[in-house]
Write a protein that binds this ligand. Sequence first.
Ligand SMILES: [Zn+2]
Length: 78
Amino acid sequence: MSRLSPTRTKIYRTVARQLHGVVPCWVCGEPVTAADATLEHIKPVSDGGGSHLENLAISHAACNNRRHAKATQAGVVR
Ligand SMILES: [Zn+2]
C-alpha cells in the first residue's frame, strides 16, 4: 500500500517531463514507476537541506528503505 504525497507526485511529473517520461532512481539509476516512487532529501533537512526541487530526488521505495537502514546500521548518515 502506498501513500500518495502531492509533492512527490508533482516532482515525479516535473522530472518525467524534463527527462522525456523516464524518471531514474536516485539510488540505483533504474527507472522508477509513479507507484513505486518515494521522495528523497539529497541533503537531510536536519543538515540544512530544504524541501525545494533541487534538494529532492525520486527513488524506489525499496532503495530508499535500504539506504536508510544501511545508514542507521553503519551509524553514518552521509
Ligand atoms: Zn532504485
